[in-house]
Design a binder for this molecule. Structure first.
Ligand code: NAP
Length: 415
């Protein structure tokens, strides 16, 4: 009698298209380029993925953490995955495969979360939150079960005479629970369908308000949304969700999913310092964190706040008026204006270099966390500036960078 030949089993890594918010974090994090996407889905190449798990902790929704045992020769192809609206159910394996499974499975068993946390990583930021961060709730509302929020405010926070049409939008959740922390984001489901007739995907926006509400004690939150009228190359483009949001009127309703994010969170212990580095609408989480500190200014438990904020001009800098009214001894504000008439072009990284002593002093304190949010292009410039200011003091940036990542003290959210 011939015994059935064992077939090779693969623990295939898959992304749940129903939960994924298409934020690109996994594709950026993957050290071996196993993750790719089209206009529909983010997908994992079974021929490349080695189950290293580097992409799992940074994913804000957990949609990345899906696995199916499959016969390797029948693994779901990229083409299969790109067409999915939902994950396929786990299928029973053939008997011969089941025999071979433990060895094959062991070969791809992903490392533990603790092991991943100490892995050397190519990602510029941490994949863990600061040790004292509060516990975040994530995925309370999904594509299948969105929550309806009501618009209670929508106003422009940039000069009316500028091209930067940035809105502060306040959403109220009424009686429905929507617990959030500063640094988290939500997804908005714009109405309508894409060119293929599929419902639009959710678009992700960071909270601009602190955990206790845009108005303290109310069940509401705010977003900072820039009306998209051109793409990154400057070509004319119509942002589906940003235009929808910027045009909303008071009492309109919006479908919301989330909250998302479990790492870009602020420390919760007394006298924690924050270095906040942002451009444009990347100021949203910085506003949330600053407001959290402002509301407890009387308690004396705040650490120091050092802000580097980049915009084209003062009139294109969201929240310019309210920001400039904050007390100088509460927050150290450094504005980098790149297109202000009669002034040299400045980027946030230029100001980090100019304020090297203040940056170094805070970096030397283990109670300091750094947050970077805004344009993707600033990432390299900011890292270079931080390297330079540390090296000027004879310190090794490579070591400090690793410590900051390991201790959840350096966070990036850039698009
Ligand atoms: P923007 O107006 O295009 O740019 C803001 C400033 O950054 C300008 O002064 C710009 O200078 C400067 N800048 C350009 N390249 C830079 C670089 N390589 N390094 C440092 N500074 C640079 O910004 P925006 O349109 O508001 O974009 C903000 C970004 O934040 C978007 O990518 C958005 O997706 C992201 N974001 C938004 C949210 C949200 O909740 N809304 C949350 C997270 C992230 P010049 O243009 O004059 O060169």
């Amino acid at each position: 009698m011939n015994a059935a030949l064992p077939v090779e089993v693969l623990k295939q890594h898959l992304i749940d298209p129903e939960i994924c918010i298409r934020c690109n974090t996994c594709e950026e994090t993957c050290p071996i380029d196993a993750i790719t996407h089209d206009s529909n889905n983010y997908v994992v190449d079974p021929d490349i993925c080695n189950g290293c798990m580097a992409c799992v902790p940074p994913c804000p929704t957990g949609s990345i953490d899906n696995w199916r045992l499959v016969v390797r020769a029948e693994a779901y192809s990229l083409q299969d995955q790109l067409g999915w609206d939902e994950l396929p159910r786990e299928q029973p394996l053939p008997e011969a495969a089941a025999v071979a499974q433990p060895a094959a499975d062991a070969a791809v068993e992903p490392p533990s979360a603790a092991a991943v946390a100490v892995m050397p990583s190519a990602a510029p930021g941490a994949s863990v939150p600061p040790w004292s961060a509060a516990h975040p709730y994530v995925n309370l509302y999904t594509h299948k079960t969105p929550v309806t929020a009501t618009v209670v405010g929508n106003y422009r926070v940039t000069g009316a005479d500028t091209d930067s049409d940035i809105h502060h939008i306040v959403l109220d959740f009424g009686e429905l629970p929507f617990p959030v922390l500063e640094g988290q984001s939500i997804g908005i489901l714009p109405p309508g369908a894409d060119a293929q007739g599929r419902p639009h995907h959710a678009r992700q926006y960071s909270l601009a308000s602190p955990r206790d509400g845009e108005r303290a004690g109310y069940n509401n939150l705010s977003l900072t949304v820039k009306r998209v009228t051109e793409d990154h190359q400057g070509q004319s483009a119509h942002g589906v969700c940003s235009n929808y949001l910027c045009d909303l009127a008071k009492n309109d309703t919006v479908q919301v999913i989330g909250p998302f994010g479990h790492t870009f969170l602020m420390p919760n212990h007394p006298r924690a310092n924050l270095i906040m580095i942002c451009t444009g609408t990347g100021s949203a989480p910085m506003r949330a964190m600053t407001e959290r500190y402002r509301r407890r200014i009387e308690t004396g438990e705040n650490g120091r706040l050092l802000l580097f904020f980049g915009a084209r001009t003062e009139r294109e800098l969201p929240y310019f008026g309210p920001l400039m009214k904050l007390p100088r001894d509460f927050i150290d504000i450094n504005l980098a204006l790149s297109r202000e008439a009669g002034q040299p072009k400045r980027y946030v990284q230029d100001l980090i270099r100019e304020r090297a002593a203040a940056v170094r002093e805070l970096l030397a304190d283990r109670n300091t966390c750094i947050y970077v949010c805004g344009l993707k292009g600033m990432e390299v410039g900011v890292l270079d500036a931080l390297r330079e200011v540390t090296m000027q003091a004879g310190q090794d940036w490579t070591i400090l960078h690793d410590v900051l990542r390991r201790e959840g003290r350096l966070h990036f959210e850039t698009y």
